[in-house]
Design a protein around this ligand. Structure first.
Ligand SMILES: [Cu+2]
Length: 96
């Protein structure tokens, strides 16, 4: 009999959550994730944007490019675009 052990496989699999930036807005503006997930912003606009959390992140998302980061902490993260401060989004990050 063969026992197959899934080494390094934690209970919850990390996912990638995609947020599209289009027409000067984050879509979806509100999203949910868990610790260990990756969030990826995809800029489909013709201007550069950022996903910024004051004092924490400053993700530059150039025109027609993407940027991503791994979520390390639980809690709700509110972010905005430095170039267009009325562009706002949030991620509710659940514990792993
Ligand atoms: Cu912007």
């Amino acid at each position: 009999m063969v026992f197959v052990l899934a080494v390094g496989c934690s209970a919850a699999r990390a996912e990638t959550i995609r947020v599209t930036i289009k027409g000067l807005g984050f879509s979806p503006a509100q999203t949910q994730a868990k610790v260990g997930d990756t969030i990826e912003w995809i800029n489909e606009d013709f201007v550069a944007h950022t996903a910024t959390v004051r004092g924490e992140w400053d993700m530059m998302v150039p025109v027609h490019k993407s940027a991503s980061l791994v979520l390390k902490r639980a809690g709700t993260v509110e972010y905005y675009c430095r170039f267009h401060p009325n562009m706002k989004g949030s991620i509710a990050v659940a514990p792993e």
